[in-house]
Write a protein that binds this ligand. Sequence first.
Ligand SMILES: Cc1cc2nc3c(=O)[nH]c(=O)nc-3n(C[C@H](O)[C@H](O)[C@H](O)COP(=O)(O)OP(=O)(O)OC[C@H]3O[C@@H](n4cnc5c(N)ncnc54)[C@H](O)[C@@H]3O)c2cc1C
Length: 305
Amino acid sequence: MGYEELRDLLPKSDIAFNEPMSRHTSFRIGGPADVFVVPGSLDELKTLLKWCHQRSVRLLAVGRGTNLLVRDGGFRGVIVQIGASFQDFEIIGSDGVRADAGWILSELCVRCASLGLSGLEFACGIPGSLGGAIYMNAGAYGGQMSDVVTGVVVLNRQGEEEYWGAEKLDFSYRHSALQDRDYIAIAADLRLRKASPEIIFRQIQELTKARKEKQPLNEPSAGSIFKRPPGHFAGKLIEQAGFKGRRVGDAQVSTKHAGFIVNLGHATASDVIKLIGEIQRGVYEKTGVLLEPEIKVIGEEHKEG
Ligand SMILES: Cc1cc2nc3c(=O)[nH]c(=O)nc-3n(C[C@H](O)[C@H](O)[C@H](O)COP(=O)(O)OP(=O)(O)OC[C@H]3O[C@@H](n4cnc5c(N)ncnc54)[C@H](O)[C@@H]3O)c2cc1C
């Protein structure tokens, strides 16, 4: 494919070839990406996008890999992580901020709290990047990203910048327009509210405690496997259908929260996918509800030999 050309375009330290995605996902699962790039600057990202576009090379942007299941055969093409080099932050007016997409959401939440800016507390325990959270319209405890995001700076496949306002982002439950179009989020404008840092931090503390009590945070996972079906809770349906603790290989329905699948050590993507199928069939037979995965599954199946 001529990926070696990238060595002349980008700093060596930013590129890895045949990189196991298990190193870059919270599930600790996933075959190798042909190329994994962590661009050191926006210019580098634009150069990479143009290079891929001109050669029709597949490119996928990821954040912290906390909602991602990469199949065991890996990913043919380039995976680009919007990470540490995308962490600029600017206060706009009295209650707005512009933050780069590489911010870790929980750290951004703390930064805003210390500035007396309220509104992101719901997100303090959602792992992953700001970009990933916008892509997913991530949410918890009654809040979601669409409550605070007023616009996003995106790049198209030729590396050109555009600005999408809230309308164009077309947010709905765990959905944004980024899922329908091939764009990369690089920064976002958030509208927050002035409040006392003390009150904001108290709220963060309470939500963190609630999360620790209910979720298996010490085991590798990708959070809730399924979307919340209207009128139900996925975890409850899974538990009622008798799947709590069910295993396929080292993939297990968490014994703490049946909405999570955890990796007990050596789970493969194929174990997780098999378990997802079993749960979907079992819950459907018992309740008539078809659970839809929330996690994003990418890559190729592993081929023997
Ligand atoms: C323990 C645990 C708890 C969780 N709790 C919650 C929760 O309460 N609520 C919730 O909503 N989620 C939750 N999640 C899921 C996950 O953390 C969120 O979906 C998070 O927002 C994903 O961010 P990320 O950076 O890890 O995205 P990734 O997993 O890296 O990517 C997710 C998707 O977004 C795309 N993407 C990522 N960054 C960009 C970008 N800059 N531009 C364009 N596309 C991009 C990727 O291509 C992929 O399709 C949890 C996960 C874990 C492991």
